[in-house]
Design a protein around this ligand. Sequence first.
Ligand code: GLY
Length: 397
Amino acid sequence: MKKVNLIAVLIALTSVTSFAQKAALPQKKMAQLINDEFKFAADQYKILSKNIPEGKTPQSFEKGKSVNYDIKWWCSGFYSGSLWYIYEQTKDNAIKNEAEKALKTIEPNQTFTDNHDLGFMMYCSFGNAYRLTGKPEYKAVIQRSAESLATRYRPAIKSIQSWNKNKYWECPVIIDNMMNLEMMNWTSDNGGDPKYKEIAITHTNTTLKNHFRPDFSSYHVIDYDLKTGAVRRKATWQGAADCSAWARGQGWALYGFTMMYRFTKNEAYLKQAKGIAHFILNHPNLPADKIPFWDFDAQGIPFTKRDASAGALIASALLELGQYSTESEKNEFKSAAETMIYSLSSEAYRAKLGDNGGFLLMHSTGALPLNSEIDVPLIYADYYYLEALARYKKWYL
Ligand code: GLY
């Protein structure tokens, strides 16, 4: 073996061992851990808040620099959403003020119609704000956002179109789109037009039909013929291959079908969610600390990158799925989510105060094949981590 290859292998081996060792540190009781993590999050986000230019939203921290994006980026609602989760647990008014400021920044998004991400942007933010304050002006923003998202519903394909037509796709629908349906269901169930929930259900049925393989793993992108509604191609954008199981995509699917069951009580959605959960939890490439590699079929496992955002998202979804399960399944999902939470809160993934640009979690992967956001903090990893902690406290303590 050439010297340079040997060094690369040794570095990779050290990093694999270090994840295992750091994640296996002595564990606190979950109640204490959750309390401590929210206190830490309040302090850390006060540092993060100083790194955000006016009118922008925080995304990551790369090569020693804060990365902030325009409000039209799909992640623009996660900062205020995270702040609301922290405020809910700490009652820290400085955090609440920052959450309100962050909402003001993204409010213009309510009329945005250029892609499907309105649910991520406006429900994680304004949805939590309304849940905690009951302010009617927040509800009005959610309702307006649902109307904007409804403009992307395409009757010919019976789905919401995710991205606009371009040189790669005619009418792409990505598995991530399931997440935007929470806002649609909620709006109809809370005095809005019933059409939003009808769209959510129709979209889910189409996803159920076309996005999944027999083993319950999901394709990332289905491209449709906009005239006939036929499937043109089953493919990926952020995964390792068209036929691979991109980790975060499996997480979006799990969370999406669990959430759709919450709003509809349709047993087919519950069955799908449980199938996805078992695909993830029984996968031979899921590491012992249960934080997935960026793609379950990535080349180079175990020497490739993790995706902490997928771990956080899956933990949060499993905790909800446990609520709709038999006692033995509930224990299985809860125990897996616990391992994920303990791993994420260990020094293998959770940053120290003042480090990581003020973000909570390290080691997420946005889009490895696009050479973008590899092994970095990502705002949505923090959001779903905080949500998982809050859900554990609400349902399991
Ligand atoms: N929704 C985009 C992503 O998961 O990266």
